[in-house]
Design a protein around this ligand. Structure first.
Ligand SMILES: C[S@@+](CC[C@H](N)C(=O)[O-])C[C@H]1O[C@@H](n2cnc3c(N)ncnc32)[C@H](O)[C@@H]1O
Length: 278
């Protein structure tokens, strides 16, 4: 009989089906290889795998990385993984909900085919202050979510803030037929890499978020229109020029570097009482 986990019983499904939502197991060897190669693992790397399932990613990753921490919520999968990994001391299996787990304090990478239903929670954890030691990763997300993260144009202030610290790249679309059972929609591999130097220091994240939220609220407007509540006309001319931005450029098309330049110009030239607040 399947073991019941009291804490997570509410999200258990019927006995014959998957136990938890998002159990779309990857079975295409090319996609598994491409996911792992995306991170260019070194023997010194520690890898966190989120949602290890039956281990199709865990064990090939363990051949390349120095240490693998495989997190899996499902007790049956976790038991199976422990059994398979018993001769691999550098693989640690942790049976828990990733949302409740403390992330490693030392530098780590992520390789994961994540449960799509908790994409936002996982990314918030990795990219926010909890993920200070997160260096780079390759993740499989729903294609729509992957596009939102990697397409240049965005009006999402939080994503803009994360882009001050990380680079996001679309690697490839993964057809739903590469999973069993197949999800409702296609997926995609994305790469996330921490910038060598953030465009905005972490101590200014909240200020940047307030600035970005204020500016994108006027996102139908041109950059000049959206910023005129913050800068005087004379300042605006200068700051747009130093950000290499066009007056008529739509806000959603500003690059991370342009956002950072405009934000730093606000800190430098505008009195703090005029900075937007959240
Ligand atoms: C998309 S499957 C991937 C499984 C395996 N890595 C693969 O590619 O075949 C996602 C896995 O995440 C697990 N999972 C779901 N919610 C989770 C959570 N909150 N914390 C940790 N693991 C979770 C599921 O049980 C499932 O095994």
């Amino acid at each position: 009989m399947r073991r019941q986990n009291k804490k997570h019983r509410t999200i258990r499904k019927c006995k014959s089906g998957p136990n938890f939502t998002g159990q779309h197991l990857l079975h295409n060897p090319k996609t598994i290889k491409q996911l792992i190669e995306t991170v260019r693992l070194q023997p010194t790397d520690t890898v966190l795998e989120i949602g290890a399932g039956k281990g199709v990613i865990t064990f090939p990753v363990a051949e390349k990385a120095g240490k693998v921490i495989a997190v899996e919520i499902d007790a049956d999968y976790a038991d199976l993984l422990r059994e398979k990994a018993k001769c691999s001391p550098h693989i640690t299996i942790i049976q828990t909900d990733i949302r409740e787990m403390r992330l490693p304090a030392r530098p780590f990478c992520v390789v994961a085919n994540i449960p799509f239903s908790i994409t936002t929670a996982i990314l918030e954890k990795l990219l926010g202050s909890e993920g200070k030691a997160f260096q780079r990763g390759a993740l499989i997300l729903e294609k729509g979510a992957a596009r939102r993260f990697t397409e240049h144009a965005t009006s999402d202030p939080r994503l803009l803030m994360w882009r001050m610290h990380f680079l996001f790249a679309m690697i490839t679309v993964v057809p739903r037929t590469h999973f069993a059972p197949p999800p409702r929609v296609d997926a995609a591999i994305i790469r996330i890499t921490r910038r060598d130097r953030p465009l905005v220091p972490a101590k200014d994240n909240t200020r940047f978020l307030a600035f970005a939220a204020y500016v994108v609220r006027q996102s139908r407007l041109s950059a000049a229109e959206a910023l005129k509540g913050i800068f005087t006309p004379a300042q605006l001319k200068k700051v747009l020029m130093s950000a290499n931005a066009d007056r008529e450029q739509p806000v959603a098309s500003l690059s991370p570097e342009q956002w950072a330049s405009l934000f730093h110009a606000m800190l430098q030239h505008v009195a703090p009482y005029r900075w937007p607040r959240l």
